[in-house]
Design a protein around this ligand. Structure first.
Ligand code: GLU
Length: 303
């Protein structure tokens, strides 16, 4: 056992040295979600939701299957070494699982890209989806949304040495990257037609293209962009004001109103008991996103 522990300690030192040598020590600090500050979510004993077909399937399976992102720092990020997912959205998923009577450690996370969320919910690939998922009318025709639990806003990420881009008004003739199937991509295409918009499956691909000078900016929610910038403050900067409102909801199958209302209740309960705030401060709060005012839950009627 001892040599292994020594090796782990050495590996950790290596990481610390590497971070220091790379000059990545700045404000906000480069660190991951703080696991020891995360709340522990009490599993609802004897919880039953027979009116929800999704809950009944999860019950017979024994756990919840949750669609998430795996490359969004502080929101939904998968550690390539351990396979463990962490971040604010992951915590929201754990709260929901516990409230539905399933131990959070049993959640089966599935990485689903922005463009595939509605399909994944429709074909039962996931029970619920928690991943920077904006509630809007076109999507509500395909899926249901519990929440919102957070409101983000669209902004721009540029290279640290960029001087010409301060907001979407400066994007004419520039190449801007976003994720396929996302609201920020659609907004750029519709409202800023002189911008050359390119789309990939994930924002991390866009960030790679930005760092390798293949695009001039990346656009999506401030939450996501600030996470990348916090991890690479020497190379990346978020500029301009937010130019949209992105209320984040928990995606559910469209006709499963019982599940949607149960998740609305669970969000309200986790707001009251302080879990949401505590989870936020140990995750997304670390990337420099200001503490949010909780949005009112939109418990819209079944239709
Ligand atoms: N919140 C936006 C959306 O739902 C952008 C982030 C994302 O693609 O997940 O489209």
């Amino acid at each position: 056992m001892r040599p292994r522990r020594t090796f782990a300690a050495l590996a950790l030192c290596g990481l610390v040295l590497l971070a220091t040598a790379c000059g990545k020590v700045s404000s906000p600090p480069v660190k991951g979600p703080e696991a020891d500050r995360l709340p522990v979510y009490a599993v609802a004993e004897g919880f039953e939701l027979p009116a929800s077909p999704t809950w009944r399937t999860a019950e017979s399976r024994g756990h919840l299957v949750v669609g998430v992102k795996d490359d969004q720092p502080y929101l939904g990020e998968k550690d390539p070494g351990t396979g463990i997912y962490s971040g604010f959205d992951i915590e929201i998923a754990k709260m929901m699982s516990a409230s539905l009577g399933f131990a959070p450690r049993t959640i089966e996370f599935k990485t689903i890209a922005s463009a595939n969320r509605e399909t994944a919910l429709k074909n039962g690939q996931v029970d619920i989806y928690v991943g920077t998922y904006t509630i809007n009318a076109p999507r509500k025709r395909q899926v249901g949304f519990a929440g919102p639990y957070y409101v983000a806003g669209q902004r721009l990420l540029v290279r640290a040495d960029e001087t010409g881009i301060h907001g979407p008004q400066d994007l004419a003739g520039k190449t801007v990257c976003s994720a396929a199937g996302s609201t920020p991509l659609q907004r750029i295409q519709e409202n800023y037609p002189e911008t050359r918009a390119v789309a990939y499956d994930t924002y991390s691909v866009c960030v790679d293209k930005l760092l390798t000078l293949q695009v001039d900016a990346v656009t999506t929610d401030d939450t996501i962009l600030l996470g990348y910038a916090a991890k690479d403050p020497d190379e990346l900067r978020v500029v301009g004001k937010a130019f949209s409102q992105e209320p984040y909801g928990i995606g559910v199958p469209r006709s499963d109103h019982a599940l949607r209302f149960a998740l609305d209740d669970a969000l309200a309960a986790n707001e009251r008991n302080g879990n949401r705030k505590k989870a936020y401060e140990a995750t997304l709060g670390l990337s420099g996103v200001p503490a949010p005012k909780p949005p009112p839950i939109d418990r819209y009627p079944a239709s």
